[in-house]
Ligand binder design. Sequence first.
Ligand code: FMN
Length: 170
Amino acid sequence: MKVLIAYSSKYGSTREIAEHVCKILQTDGFDVNIEKASASLKMKNYDAIILGSGVYVGKWLPGMENLLKKHFSLLQEKRVWIFSDGPTGKEEPTESIKNWKFPNYLELLLKQINPKGIMVFNGKMLLEDMNMVHKFIIKKMNAPLGDFRDWEAISEWAKSIAEQLEEPNK
Ligand SMILES: Cc1cc2nc3c(=O)[nH]c(=O)nc-3n(C[C@H](O)[C@H](O)[C@H](O)COP(=O)(O)O)c2cc1C
């Protein structure tokens, strides 16, 4: 069973989540590759694909968007899971971003891909990591700063994917 994890990450938070999911699946015996998301990624030889992106002003990063747009017909033939890494603060991500799951304008495309799961995790935001523009926006918005990633929730999600992959019909 070959699994691809493709991520888009501006400051490394999503990359680290992708690496964590990768380790869990590898420990369970899956053959996993981890790559940066892009339109040029070769995905034909994978049985399952996990896609993850940081969220910026309600959108996924360009690498993730380009991959989805370029490969949506191939993705329809695969078992696909998607995660976002975004909200900061201690609330449940579903509450803090009012059940946002994906950028609205990608809804039709995602319906066609029909992912097995779409998950949102709390993210990490530190001023010292950011470029000037992002610093300015975040200071204005007064968004919570810190690392709010819930590694237990991430592990559980990865284990649930492993369980589904072990059952061919799930
Ligand atoms: C300028 C800016 C805008 C952001 N906009 C959103 C947003 O709309 N929704 C959200 O949930 N998180 C938002 N975030 C938080 C990031 O998604 C979060 O920090 C994430 O962990 C970043 O992942 P990355 O380091 O992999 O890019 C924003 C962060 C920045 C710096």
